[in-house]
Structures are given as structure tokens and as C-alpha cells.
Design a protein around this ligand. Structure first.
Ligand code: BGP
Length: 496
């Protein structure tokens, strides 16, 4: 599609920024909070960069007023945050911790007072440790009941104040990192258990959406999926087929369940043949069919490029295993030798895209892929899209004059916002866009060096320093963009 002039962003477009409880709050055992699986996992030696953890993080729990005041000053329209389940229910179920609940209500009130629309994520990876210990976490259907209790408490307390809700953040990432690659809790490498847990989470997602629709009829709810479009490495039909397989295994496998209530046939058949498919009862099928999200949250960082990789071609398979993919890129993990029997190994192999630059952490930078992503997902499901994450992880320099000149981040975001504007002009229906992140925060596996925020936080891996908040250059850039509702984002080569 070619456009002489781009459409304007919708009038009430929600320009926002996002975060997650474990990455910002700290106060990990204060005011009655119970431990989460991240509190324990991050303390296993060698699991995180320089043994970093979220015990203090950026101390948002104590500084939330200051942080929200900065959002107000910036003119932020929306802020996506997550609730730490174990602050509300320290044991994961049962007795409610009123202090935890009060914290989130105060946070929401503070946002509303500053004109910031809250977007609440129910689950951003920090399962209460008690549920992991008692039930094996998401491998048991008992955890669905606990999740329902947790959701009910939040819908009751905050349903009148919060309109936008996200169920699960990046189910594709936390299940594969946690149950396959041993890089997230519960630190496993077992495909069968991964598919079981994934199915239980799908059921929990459906239950939460149905409950929400009963309890908060005026609100909107959906999952946030980590989406990256699959590209073929060439026009060779075998490579095109490999990319089709990549799209099915990496995206459709989850999205069809969320949006259509069905497991996609090709992947399911493959898993059944390998005897690692989840057991889906008639009642499960009915439940999945009954729940429909109101929007689809999309987290976009980059896509993937795929080429043919036939398992019988040993050379190829070996090379796939040898490839040095960074262990910190959840979107492009490669099977190791033991996992060579994994279902998708015979079907596709990820390769680096020669046309794209990369970030300092090796993540491809692909703004056009963002437009492709929005188009593909909207064309297939027709649901309004809320971009719940997009951003650049980079090393920022605090200059002697106290400023942070993060021009690289501005360039990254500008290009992505432009592609989003083009997607809207193409016809994609969109609710909003949340950059990742508002303040700098703890990167799950990469410590504090990999920064994403509009606001610098003065701390590093070695020391908490003074945790001072300093708006970066990008803070003022985003402020201006929001003031103009993106009218200043133009394609100089084509438009106007
Ligand atoms: C997404 C997560 C976020 C955030 C982001 C950046 O997958 O939902 O919580 O961590 O990725 O990732 P990283 O910190 O690994 O660079």
C-alpha cells in the first residue's frame, strides 16, 4: 500500500509507556508481600547478569508518587503496569493482604489524578512461589482456581477505576523460557511439561476474560502477545514453507487459541504425533470457545527469518545448534543438541536477517516489520490492537552536565511510530501504543545496563546509588509527540 498522505492518529489514541511489577517495585518482602517465583529464581547463581534481582529494583513501591508526577509532567496519556499477585495473595490463594491491594489502589488513584489512564496487567511472570511449591504452578489446574480468586479481588476493587486490563504478558516467552530453555522460572527443560502448562494458562486466560466480562461490563480486556512476523530467508519455496512453519509455531499456536478459541491444526497434529500434545477435554474446548478478548495486546521488538532445515540433513541441523544466538533473546532461541527432536527442528531454522541492523544486545531493528506485524495480526483476527510494548534497550550515558542524550532511542521510536501510522493508514484499528518503558528498570536477565526508559534511574548493578530520576532527551521528544498526537511524525520521503 502506498499513501500520499498518512491518516492522523485517532483522537483519543492512548500514548503510553509500560512496566512490570518485578522490574520496578522492589520492596520484595514489605507490607506482607509473599515471595514470587522470580524472587527465588533470580537468586540461583548464574541465572541473571551479575546476579541482579528485583529486591530493590528502582524502588517504585516507595517512589510511585514521584514517578506518577513525572508521567503527569510528561503528559503521558496511559501507563501500563502489572500487579504482583503475591502482594495481594501472599500464599497465591486464600488470605488477602489488604496492604498490597491498597498500594495498587493508591497507584491507580494517583494516575487518575494526573490524567493518566491506567492499564493493568494481571500476570507479568511473577507467580506466587507458594503455588509453584504446592501445585507445580501452571502445570496444575488448581492454579486456575487461585488465579480466578486473584482476578476477582482485583476486578471488584479496581474494576470501577481501571478500564483496560491485560491478562497474560507474553505467554509465548515465559512458557518457553521457563519450561524449555531453563532461563526463567520454573527453570525446566521439558517440552511435554511446557505444553501442559501452556494449555492450563490458556484455560486461565479464558476464565479470567469470562469473569471480567461478567464483573466489569464496561471494561476492556485482552492478552499481550510477544509477536514477531516470520520472514522467509529467500523466495525458494522450501524457505517460504519454513517461514510458514515458523509463523505457525511461534505465533498462530497462541493467537488462534486467544482469538478463535481453537488450537491450530498443523501444530497440534505434529505435537500429537510426537506424543507431547496437551490434553484438551470437551469442556476445555467449550471454555476456550466461550471467551473472546476485546482487543489484542501486541509487544513488538522484532521478527524472525527462517530457512529450510530438514532434520535428515544432519549438516544443517548441526549448524543450527552451533549458531550463536544470544541467550537473552527470548524470541529467537535455538534448540540444543538434546532438543534436536523438538517438533519444529525439522521444519525451520532461524537465521540472522542480513538487511537489518542490530541493537547492542543483538536484537534486530525492524520498524517495517512492525507494520507487517500489525497488518498480519489485524487481517487474521480483526480485533483492535493495543501495542503494549515496543522499545530500545541501550546503554545510556549520564553526561557531566546531568543530561542523557539518547538520540538512538528517539530514532528507534520515531521509526516505529511512523510505521504504526502507516499501518493505521492501511486500515489497522488501534487503541494505543505503550513504549517500553517509562523509567529505566531491571531487565529480567540483563541487569540495569540495558536501559529502556524515558526517565533515567541513577543506579547500576553494583550500587543502588541515589536512585535519582532524570528525564532523558527522549522524555521531551515523546512529550512533544503526544502534544501533537503524532502529527509531527511524517514520512519525509513520501508524504507532504
Ligand atoms: C519483554 C517483556 C518485558 C521486558 C522486555 C525487554 O519480553 O515483556 O518485561 O523485559 O521484553 O526485555 P529485556 O529486558 O530482556 O531486554
Amino acid at each position: 500500500m502506498y499513501h500520499q498522505k498518512l491518516d492522523s492518529f485517532p483522537e483519543k489514541f492512548l500514548w503510553g509507556a509500560a512496566s512490570a511489577a518485578y522490574q520496578i517495585e522492589g520492596a520484595f518482602k514489605e507490607d506482607g508481600k509473599g515471595p514470587s517465583v522470580w524472587d527465588t529464581f533470580s537468586k540461583i547463581p548464574g541465572k541473571t547478569f551479575m546476579e541482579t534481582n528485583g529486591d530493590v529494583a528502582v524502588d517504585h513501591y516507595h517512589r510511585y508518587k514521584e514517578d506518577v508526577a513525572l508521567m503527569g509532567e510528561m503528559g503521558l496519556k496511559a501507563y501500563r503496569f502489572s500487579v504482583a499477585w503475591s502482594r495481594i495473595l501472599p500464599e497465591g490463594e486464600g488470605k488477602v493482604n489488604e496492604k498490597g491491594l491498597q498500594f495498587y489502589e493508591d497507584l491507580v488513584d494517583e494516575m487518575l489524578a494526573h490524567g493518566v489512564e491506567p492499564i493493568l496487567t494481571l500476570y507479568h511472570w511473577d507467580l506466587p512461589e507458594a503455588l509453584q511449591e504446592k501445585y507445580n504452578g501452571w502445570e496444575s489446574r488448581k492454579t486456575i482456581q487461585a488465579f480466578k480468586q486473584y482476578c476477582q479481588i482485583l476486578f471488584e476493587r479496581l474494576g470501577g477505576k481501571v478500564k483496560y486490563w491485560v491478562t497474560f504478558n507474553e505467554q509465548n516467552v515465559f512458557t518457553s523460557m521457563g519450561y524449555r530453555w531453563e532461563t526463567h522460572p520454573p527453570n525446566l527443560s521439558n517440552l511435554e511439561r511446557m505444553f501442559t502448562a501452556n494449555h492450563v494458562i490458556n484455560l486461565a486466560n479464558a476464565e479470567a476474560i469470562n469473569l471480567f466480562h461478567k464483573m466489569v461490563p464496561k471494561g476492556l480486556i485482552g492478552p499481550s502477545f510477544g509477536y514477531g512476523p516470520a520472514y522467509p530467508s529467500s523466495a525458494r519455496p522450501e524457505d517460504v514453507l519454513a517461514a510458514e512453519n515458523g509463523e505457525e509455531f511461534n505465533n498462530i499456536w497462541w493467537l488462534d487459541v486467544y482469538c478463535r478459541g481453537i488450537y491450530p491444526k498443523f501444530v497440534m497434529k505434529q505435537l500429537q504425533k510426537l506424543k507431547i500434545a496437551p490434553e484438551v477435554t470437551a469442556a476445555d474446548h467449550e471454555l476456550l470457545q466461550s471467551s473472546k478478548p476485546d482487543f489484542l495486546g501486541i509487544n513488538y521488538y522484532h521478527g524472525g527469518t527462517f530457512q529450510e532445515n530438514r532434520i535428515e540433513n544432519k549438516q544443517n541441523a548441526k549448524e543450527a545448534q552451533k549458531k550463536e544466538f544470544s541467550a537473552i533473546d527470548p524470541y529467537l532461541m535455538q534448540p540444543n543438541e538434546e532438543q534436536a527432536q523438538s517438533p519444529e527442528v525439522p521444519m525451520f531454522q532461524s537465521i540472522s536477517n542480513p538487511y537489518l541492523d542490530k541493537t547492542e544486545w543483538g536484537w534486530e531493528i525492524d520498524p517495517v516489520g512492525f507494520r507487517v506485524a500489525l497488518r498480519r495480526v489485524y487481517a487474521r483476527y480483526g480485533l483492535p490492537i493495543f501495542v503494549t510494548e515496543n522499545g530500545l534497550g541501550a546503554i545510556d550515558q549520564l553526561e557531566e552536565d546531568g543530561s542523557i542524550q539518547d538520540d538512538v532511542r528517539i530514532a528507534y521510536l520515531e521509526k516505529h511510530v511512523l510505521e504504526m501510522k502507516k499501518a493505521i493508514t492501511d486500515g489497522v484499528e488501534m487503541i494505543g501504543y505503550c513504549a517500553w518503558s517509562f523509567t529505566d528498570l531491571l531487565s529480567w536477565l540483563n541487569g540495569y545496563k540495558k536501559r529502556y526508559g524515558f526517565v533515567y534511574v541513577n543506579r547500576d548493578e553494583e550500587s543502588e546509588k541515589d536512585l535519582k530520576r532524570i528525564p532523558k532527551k527522549s522524555f521531551y521528544w515523546y512529550q512533544e509527540l503526544m502534544k501533537q498526537n503524532g502529527a509531527n511524525i511524517m514520512d519525509n520521503e513520501v508524504e507532504e
